[in-house]
Design a protein around this ligand. Structure first.
Ligand code: FEO
Length: 172
């Protein structure tokens, strides 16, 4: 049985994952509007990943007979207008998420909550992957000289990201 304190903390994380999803959705819309449809797609796929992270936590609470609480999601806020600045903000946001997951591990350990600690191991690995992906994109931007031609190529490359779900909303 999960403690109320841990259930509250998981619910907070569900909100943070959903905020992440909302943030990437908003970033994706801005990039698509600017003509970078590949970058927009990459961010939209990331939106789906974040929703998966949120729902995986929700399922865990259900399995533990704890209450899932869907709190208000804040309006997504970001300053970036260029691709490089945008991925820098994505990377900074992911570092915040990593710190948040690590904080949960600390709580799980303090409570000897081995089940939640086991679940969080998956998220720790996922954060390593996410930070790596963001850093690789930032490195690619630098290697391509942050040039218009380089960003054009990067846009095509990022647009190849597999969504796993349909992103074609013209179909019913
Ligand atoms: Fe769910 Fe990108 O961390």
């Amino acid at each position: 049985m999960i403690s109320q304190k841990m259930a509250d903390r998981v619910n907070l994380q569900i909100n943070r994952e959903m905020y992440s999803a909302y943030l990437y959705l908003a970033m994706g819309a801005q990039m698509t509007e600017a003509g970078y449809t590949g970058v927009g797609k990459w961010l939209t796929v990331q939106y789906h990943e974040e929703m998966f992270h949120a729902m995986k936590f929700a399922k865990y609470l259900e399995d533990q007979s704890a209450t899932v609480k869907y709190a208000k999601i804040d309006e997504p806020k970001f300053k970036a207008t260029t691709i490089k600045d945008l991925f820098q903000e994505v990377y900074e946001h992911e570092k915040f998420v990593t710190a948040s997951i690590r904080e949960m591990v600390e709580l799980a350990r303090a409570e000897k909550d081995y089940a939640t600690e086991g679940l969080l191991a998956w998220y720790i690995d996922e954060q390593v992957e996410e930070e790596k992906n963001d850093l690789e994109i930032l490195q690619a931007i630098d290697l391509l000289g942050n040039s218009a031609q380089g960003l054009f190529m990067l846009n095509i490359e990022l647009g190849k990201r597999d969504a796993g779900v349909t992103l074609d909303f013209t179909k019913i």
